[in-house]
Write a protein that binds this ligand. Structure first.
Ligand code: GLU
Length: 504
């Protein structure tokens, strides 16, 4: 790459960031980091009506939680700020005016009612009304008025917008890093509004102007913006600017059936579609998030990276650093990527195994504290080590290992029936004697002593080991019994066996 790339993630703060948006941010981030580039966050908040409070904060928190922070953006001013379009308001009109002066745009005075009437008349004839070369010569705009008339109307404060003048009949050759070459006939394009009556630019104008002013080299965004590509290229040409390169990412599709992944799919099938929990400020409803549901950011990032891309080799488990090294924009897929909640859990399970145990210890300690259980980090670390192999989430550690912290107060009935026989109490009393004598009290020593006694006694292994487990755990689950006994300690092991003998 001749120039260090500058890429931007440019969300509109109209609600929380969907995981599709996080994936767009991630691909921008990976591309930037791989090529020594800069990752920019730009808040596209020109549409005041759709503005939802606290979403900018949500977006920033989400990127930070995922470990993909931006280099320039709100609160991290670089040389190209401000990074909120609402704070750049005064920049845009001059650019719209420039296009008017060059004949690439025009003032349109048509009222909403007049346009509605056109739409209805077209509909009645089975046609669709498009404001472009077909009819712009018959509508109420500066193309059909003298310069004096236009000035008079503007001076008189008449409501108007500024529209782009699309070429009537031209074949545009477009290219996209992911999709390759495309052709578009300009005859089907409409003359999009660039500047609105409320004095604000539309998305199209502000987006192109800012990408130019911020020296963006690559625009990496969702497929839903592909239909705007022709207009955007035409705008660059009209301004006489070099256009950045474009890459339109594939859509994220529903797990089953057709169509784009929606919030509803998540609700129906019980998985989050947002990185963080979102409390809607208006309706006070909550939507679940990956963070609060116990996912590790590494797992979410890995899963998202693979929604639309893979390295072309068997390897699936990637750290962020490895993704940066292997990610290539030109091998991103064209077709939609099916979201798979089970695969997401699988990524989580894999990353939980890889995670630094101190992260699991801290998370598990929090869960214990919520339950009023005080335990040393050292002890919790020991338990984590014994249990993590079977866990998907940190919370699973409690479900599968609560007995490391509390004595069982009841026993699995089925297991009791099957295991606890008439002579079991007696056998367990013997085991208590051995436990009492075992020194040092660790899993190895205990295992050796108990096994030796079993062999000498002529009893079956299960006849001893199963009630031993039942006494300590209350059920037939968990890791190695000797490890459990060694962890909870001699005193508690004896206490639990004695309690089982008394109550069973
Ligand atoms: N503001 C647009 C959005 O909300 C940005 C599209 C683009 O990246 O050009 O997605």
């Amino acid at each position: 790459m001749s120039q260090n790339p500058r890429v931007r993630f440019a969300p509109s703060p109209t609600g929380p960031l969907h995981i599709g948006g996080v994936r767009t941010a991630l691909y921008n981030y990976l591309f930037a980091k791989k090529n020594n580039g800069t990752f920019i966050l730009r808040i596209e908040d020109t549409d005041q009506q759709r503005y939802v409070e606290r979403t900018e904060e949500y977006i920033i928190d989400s990127l930070n939680w995922c470990g993909i922070p931006f280099d320039e953006g709100p609160g991290k001013e670089g040389d190209f700020g401000p990074y909120r379009q609402s704070e750049r308001k005064d920049k845009y009109f001059a650019f719209a005016k420039q296009l008017i002066d060059s004949g690439d745009a025009y003032y349109a005075f048509d009222s909403e009612e007049a346009l509605d009437k056109e739409r209805k008349e077209h509909e009645a004839q089975g046609k669709t009304f498009i404001y472009n070369w077909h009819n712009r010569n018959k509508l109420d705009n500066s193309l059909n008025l003298t310069a004096e008339e236009v000035q008079k109307r503007l001076d008189g404060g008449e409501e108007h917008v500024i529209r782009f003048k699309s070429p009537a009949d031209e074949t545009l050759y477009l290219d996209d890093i992911i999709r390759g070459d495309m052709e578009v006939q300009t005859s089907v394009l409409d003359d999009k509004v660039l500047f609105k009556g409320d004095g604000m630019p539309t998305y199209h104008l502000a987006n192109i102007v800012d990408d130019h002013l911020m020296e963006i080299t690559h625009v990496i965004r969702g497929e839903e913006w592909l239909p705007s590509l022709a207009l955007h290229k035409l705008l660059y040409r009209a301004f006489g600017w070099d256009a950045p390169q474009f890459a339109h990412l594939p859509l994220i599709m529903k797990p089953v059936g057709k169509g784009k992944l929606s919030k509803r799919d998540g609700e129906k099938m019980g998985f989050p579609v947002f990185p963080l929990e979102w409390k809607d400020p208006k309706s006070d409803t909550r939507s679940s998030g990956y963070r609060e549901d116990g996912y590790l950011p590494e797992a979410v990032i890995n899963m998202l990276a693979f929604l639309g891309w893979n390295p072309g080799i068997e390897k699936e488990i990637y750290s962020l650093e490895e993704l940066i090294a292997d990610f290539e924009l030109n091998t991103v897929h064209k077709s939609g990527a099916k979201f798979d909640p089970d695969k997401t859990k699988w990524f989580q399970q894999q990353h939980l195994q890889l995670a630094d145990e101190s992260v699991l210890v801290a998370g598990f300690k929090e869960i214990l504290e919520e339950k009023g259980i005080e335990s040393s980090a050292e002890y919790v670390a020991k338990v984590v080590h014994l249990l993590k192999e079977r866990a998907v989430f940190i919370s699973d550690l409690w479900e599968s290992g609560w007995y490391f912290f509390e004595r069982p107060t009841s026993y699995d009935e089925k297991a009791v029936k099957k295991i606890w026989k008439e002579d079991t109490g007696e056998i367990m009393s013997k085991i208590c004697e051995i436990i009492y004598k075992t020194e040092p009290f660790n899993a190895e020593a205990l295992s050796a002593a108990v096994k030796e006694w079993i062999q000498g006694s002529g009893l079956g292994f299960g006849k001893v080991m199963q009630p031993f487990r039942l006494s300590l755990v209350g059920a037939m689950q968990g890791p190695d019994v000797f490890e459990i006994a060694a962890s909870i300690g001699k005193e508690k092991t004896l206490e639990r066996i004695r309690f089982a003998i008394e109550s069973l």
